[in-house]
Design a protein around this ligand. Structure first.
Ligand code: CAA
Length: 258
């Protein structure tokens, strides 16, 4: 297979796990890591055995941001010509659910990477922030946009302008994090959520993700129309007949994956 330097890959049943693995740099995101994460996510997206993907770091850090060492000497021309960080946009093209399992620091690019996932499950000790301002820069992988959409303008301004960190519980109450669980249960809970999702009808799951994402991009009338068409389309799937029959026959559904 493919040799990864910065991540580890596993399959646990129908849940796939991508673990960031640059412990000495607190999983700082460098160019190689970004390419590996994208390739892995695309591979799992295309793998019919996989129903959902979990992205995790270590106990100490989900990721402490973009790699400051790699960035230090770069010029505007370097960043512009290489379109530095633009590759991360492709994570948004993954059609299967992507769950961030966050322990420890999720800072800068680490917080941005967690926000690129579909939802975040965090440990009680996790800390979130966009401290780029302390380095003389600003968020560059979507932080100013996604954080503002998730938590609103006021808290986003506070975090991005002061660089202060917030706890998992604050992040949950602000809408950044979906669930807070004990630190040692984060991965298990995230994998369980992935397994639950993977047990449902695959096209329904992908349509549901697409519909929710639409809410971020479009005005309400367009979004509602998009949802209605997808809802109608779901009646063309085996899953709809099977899911509804199973309910009425009081048995577990057997979804075909198509
Ligand atoms: N890039 C490169 N290396 C990093 C790093 C990063 N973002 N974050 C931590 N490291 C390295 C440290 O340099 C250190 O390396 P050495 O052992 O070689 O000295 C090692 O990881 C351990 O870090 P610390 O000794 O600092 O650990 P700590 O427990 O004292 O502090 C921390 C942890 C608070 C997370 C601190 O490491 C920190 O503040 N890191 C930087 C956070 C940051 O500024 N992130 C934003 C980066 S810019 C960005 O992300 C831009 C963007 O939007 C895309």
């Amino acid at each position: 297979g493919v040799d990864n330097q910065s991540i580890r890959l596993e399959k646990r049943g129908a849940a796939a796990l991508i673990t960031l693995d640059r412990p000495k740099q607190l999983n700082a995101l460098n160019d190689a890591l970004s390419r590996e994460v994208l390739r892995a996510a695309q591979g799992f997206d295309a793998d019919p055995e996989v129903g959902a993907i979990v992205l995790a770091g270590s106990q100490k850090a989900f990721a402490a941001g973009a790699d400051i060492k790699e960035m230090l000497s770069k010029s505007f021309a370097d960043l512009f010509t290489d379109n530095y960080f633009a590759a991360w946009d492709q994570l948004a093209t993954i059609r299967k659910p992507l769950i961030a399992a966050v322990n420890g620091f999720a800072l800068g690019g680490g917080c941005e990477l967690a926000m690129m996932c579909d939802f975040i499950i965090a440990g009680q000790g996790a800390q979130f922030g966009q401290p780029e301002i302390k380095l003389g820069i600003l968020p560059g992988i979507g932080g100013s946009q996604r954080l503002t959409k998730l938590v609103g303008r006021s808290l986003a301004m506070d975090l991005i302008l002061t660089g202060r960190l917030i706890s998992a519980e604050e992040a949950r109450s602000a809408g950044l994090v979906a669930r807070v669980v004990p630190d040692d249960q984060v991965l298990a809970v995230a994998l369980e959520a992935a397994a639950t999702i993977a047990g449902y009808s695959a096209p329904a799951v992908m349509m549901a993700k697409e519909a929710v994402n639409r809410a971020e991009e479009t005005a309400l009338t367009e979004g509602l129309l998009h949802e209605r068409r997808l809802f109608q389309a779901s009646f063309a799937t085996q899953g709809q007949k099977e899911g509804m029959s199973a309910f009425l026959e009081k048995r577990k559904p057997a979804f075909s994956g198509r």
